[in-house]
Design a protein. Structure first.
Length: 143
């Protein structure tokens, strides 16, 4: 047919990685068949899962060559790498938010509403909820 358009071909994982490189990301192959993607002090671990597409395993601030997880402690956010905890600065969070948005766009992933509003946390550790969910806790006025 004259007006028939060719079917669009989805990009391969290798083409997506090249798109990341073209967008200024540093892409490094890891031994476990995943890739570490780094830019502006932020990093992520990206892998292709057969039948499901591309998955971003971790994303966070780079601390000593490792991707740190963002922890919300209720009063402040921290970066956690192993046993170390470092305070997360506003500039870190802004850079991480821009990094994640650009990463999702370059990989062709969906950008969900709640993640587009701001930075999401990997862990939540609230000291005020200690012992919560283990039955009846003592109330301050009952001591």
């Amino acid at each position: 047919m004259f007006f028939r358009k060719p079917e669009p071909k989805p990009p391969t994982f290798a083409e997506r990685l090249q798109t990341l490189r073209d967008a200024g990301f540093q892409v490094t192959h890891r031994p476990d068949e995943s890739y570490r993607v780094v830019r502006d002090g932020c990093g992520a671990i990206v892998r292709e899962i057969a039948g499901r597409g591309i998955q971003v395993d971790q994303s966070g601030w780079m601390v000593g060559g490792d991707v740190a997880l963002l922890v919300d402690a209720g009063f402040q956010k921290f970066w956690r790498v192993g046993d170390r905890r470092l305070p997360a600065l506003s500039s870190h969070l802004q850079a991480l938010h821009a990094f994640e948005e650009d990463l999702r766009e370059a990989l062709g992933l969906e950008s969900l509403f709640n993640t587009s509003l701001g930075t999401t946390n990997d862990l939540h550790i609230y000291d005020r909820l200690e012992g919560h969910g283990r039955g009846c806790t003592s109330r301050p006025w009952q001591r």
